[in-house]
Ligand binder design. Sequence first.
Ligand code: KG4
Ligand code: ZN
Length: 334
Amino acid sequence: MKDVYILAIETSCDETSVSIVKNGNEEINTVVLSQIDIHKKFGGVVPEIASRSHVENITIVIEECLNNSNMKVEDMDAIAVTYGPGLAGALIVGVEAAKTLAMIYNKPLIAVHHIAGHIYANRLEKKLKFPLICLVVSGGHTEIIYMKEDYSFQKLGGTLDDSVGESYDKIARVIGVPYPGGPIIDKYSYMGKHTYNLPVPLDDDSFNFSFSGIKSAVINLVHNEKQRGNEINVYDLSKSFEDVVVDILVKKTMKAVKKYEVKELLVAGGVSANRFLRETLKEECDKQNVELIVPELKYCTDNAAMIAAAAYNMYLDNRFSDLDLKIKPTDKIN
Ligand code: KG4
Ligand code: ZN
């Protein structure tokens, strides 16, 4: 079979990214232009600034990716793009750019769901073996998904309030760590001890999660200690927080693995970069003879390579979109 080259665009949040991937699993080149430094001073992503910044950068990033790959748009077999979920103004920039390329160069257009992208980031590691369970943990999502086959996403449960990434970022803000706090809390947790007693989030029989309680507990704790004139040990607090959060994520995920008798577990989304989560899941999977697949660190947070990887099977199945493709900022995967 002839090689398939897909150029993908991802602009759902604060990364302008373009990638070219061959046959769904071989990255030719990926450019990720992060706006983190711009949003940092506001303590989070400012949607208006994000979309303006995508507008300024999208053509530069497309050109850079093509140049790095030594390829032209003419060499592509399809153009893929994230159509949702994400920030409306940010998504529009990517979708309009993709539609323009598809129209001018007469290429098929493939609309990819952002979370499908995160899940298929694992395809850049290894061929997926179905059925499988996927734990999706990002800034906007916390879900356990059962996949019987390619592109079949059955949500078993999800967060009832904050996503796990959101709770990391909020707690980071409370202890004075800059956005995005997840990676720093993760680092701090390895420098501290579990000394703070925090509530265990939604430890029930469901596959649902709730992180608002532990977030409020941390906010109250920091506030009370401040009022008493006590210093918070940010390393110990990070470790105490991470222990509780990772424990519940792993417990419910492994319960799903057992219940659905799968032999493969994927982790997807920005929080899959979390070292303690990766280590704990690995231990549990080894015990139960389950294969754990986690994306390489560069494919954990938002990037266009994962969008190209997800688009590959859609290409093979001729699942193309019309040029009037619209963004869907709140689209669900199932
Ligand atoms: O998937 P992603 O890049 O964007 C969304 O689609 O939401 O995820 C971003 C989230 C942020 O909340 C960030 O703090 C979190 O992933 N994150 C981490 C780590 N690296 C990124 N959280 C915990 N530990 C990490 N190492
Ligand atoms: Zn994401």
